[in-house]
Design a binder for this molecule. Structure first.
Ligand SMILES: Cc1cc2nc3c(=O)[nH]c(=O)nc-3n(C[C@H](O)[C@H](O)[C@H](O)COP(=O)(O)OP(=O)(O)OC[C@H]3O[C@@H](n4cnc5c(N)ncnc54)[C@H](O)[C@@H]3O)c2cc1C
Length: 228
């Protein structure tokens, strides 16, 4: 018997409403989905949108509603016909969030804000096996076509803490992986540290040690190929 093809894997960049609904549709279709976002939590703008009352859609007659999209209407008609304003209300109510029509004809969740809706939505996505990778900023594609993310490990930031007793000869040397040893050394010196030792230039890996302004000993390490 021919083997079953493994289920496709999809990466979605952006955990806003657009990314979350894409994750839901794909998750329901049995696709393995990971949603990446540069922020530490999902749906931040959606939560902000809900502060003054989350206007989900409008209850006006369908053709009037479509006319609001002006010159984009011909392009948007098919997807909006496939998921009409009343479908959005049903979807929302499926997440336990009843909706109501305000005096202006606009539609809101009864809770008015976005947080209960987002919570229920995330729980549904979790049930569908959708994974989230937060603090992952999509940078583009690597040469081999794979997605490139900056998971915030691309730089070390912070400050020297100088009011502690220095560890001048630590039992273990902590080496910080860096992209470029030369830039790192310049930065250490510029910030009051001192360089102690560096590997010889003909070694395939560049590494060395330095002291912070208090005298604590650290190492840095630049692996071949990491430099841009
Ligand atoms: C104050 C306010 C009130 C609003 N009120 C309403 C309202 O009542 N009704 C309504 O329908 N809309 C409202 N909106 C608009 C609504 O919030 C947006 O239309 C909606 O959030 C857009 O969804 P989105 O998924 O396209 O984008 P976003 O919500 O912006 O999500 C995009 C996500 O992608 C992430 N991202 C971007 N670049 C990268 C990258 N390189 N790598 C990884 N992640 C990345 C971002 O961090 C973000 O989480 C309001 C907006 C604001 C600011």
């Amino acid at each position: 018997m021919p083997s079953q093809p493994s289920s496709p894997e999809v990466a979605i960049v952006g955990a806003g409403p657009a990314g979350l609904i894409a994750a839901e549709v794909l998750g329901r279709a049995g696709v393995s989905v990971t949603v990446y976002d540069r922020m530490p939590s999902v749906g931040r703008k959606l939560l902000m949108a809900g502060r003054g009352g989350l206007n989900l859609t409008h209850s006006e007659e369908f053709d009037h509603f479509l006319a609001r999209y002006a010159e984009a209407e011909p392009q948007l008609r098919p997807p909006i016909e496939a998921f009409r304003p009343e479908d959005l209300r049903v979807w929302c109510e499926g997440l336990g969030q009843e909706t109501f029509v305000g005096s202006s004809g606009r539609v809101f969740p009864k809770a008015f804000k976005a947080s209960p809706l987002l919570r229920a939505w995330l729980s549904r996505l979790e049930g569908l096996g959708v994974r989230f990778a937060l603090r992952h900023r999509w940078q583009g594609f690597d040469d081999d076509g794979t997605l490139a993310f900056d998971d915030a490990a691309g730089q070390v930031s912070g400050m020297w803490v100088t009011d502690r007793e220095a560890v001048e000869n630590p039992g273990a040397e902590l080496h910080i992986m860096v992209r470029n040893a030369v830039d790192t050394e310049a930065s250490i010196v510029a910030h009051g540290g001192s360089l102690i030792w560096r590997s010889s230039p003909d070694e395939s890996e560049t590494y060395g040690t330095f002291r912070d302004p208090s005298g604590n000993l650290f190492g840095y390490y630049q692996q071949a190929g990491l430099e841009e």
